[in-house]
Design a protein around this ligand. Structure first.
Ligand SMILES: Cc1cc2nc3c(=O)[nH]c(=O)nc-3n(C[C@H](O)[C@H](O)[C@H](O)COP(=O)(O)OP(=O)(O)OC[C@H]3O[C@@H](n4cnc5c(N)ncnc54)[C@H](O)[C@@H]3O)c2cc1C
Length: 61
C-alpha cells in the first residue's frame, strides 16, 4: 500500500500521473480524472453532501 497526500485543488489526473511516475496506480478512480480529489471526497463517492450518509451497499454487505 502507498499513502500520499495531495495539495488542495489537485485533480485525479495529477495524482494518477504522479503515482504512475512512481510505478503505482490508484486502485479505484472516478470516471472523469479532471475532478479534484477534494471535491470527489466531499461530494462524490456515493456520499450525500447534505446528510453525509452513504447509500446502502449494492449487494447487502
Ligand atoms: C462527468 C462526471 C463524472 C463523475 N464521476 C464520478 C465517479 O466516478 N465517482 C465519484 O465518486 N464521483 C464522480 N462524480 C461526482 C464528483 O465526485 C462530484 O461532482 C465532485 O463534487 C467533483 O468535485 P470537483 O472538484 O470537480 O467540484 P468542485 O465544485 O470544485 O467541488 C465540489 C465541492 O467539494 C468542495 N471541495 C473541493 N475541494 C475540497 C477540499 N480539498 N476540501 C474540502 N472541500 C473541498 C468544494 O468546496 C465544493 O463544495 C462525477 C462527476 C462528473 C461531472
Amino acid at each position: 500500500m502507498i499513502r500520499s497526500s495531495t495539495p488542495s485543488g489537485s485533480t485525479w489526473y495529477e495524482l494518477e500521473t504522479w503515482l504512475n511516475g512512481h510505478g503505482r496506480a490508484g486502485p479505484v478512480l472516478p470516471g472523469l480524472l479532471d475532478l479534484t480529489v477534494g471535491g470527489t471526497l466531499s461530494i462524490g463517492c456515493g456520499r450525500s453532501a447534505a446528510s453525509g450518509r452513504r447509500p446502502p451497499p449494492a449487494h447487502g454487505r
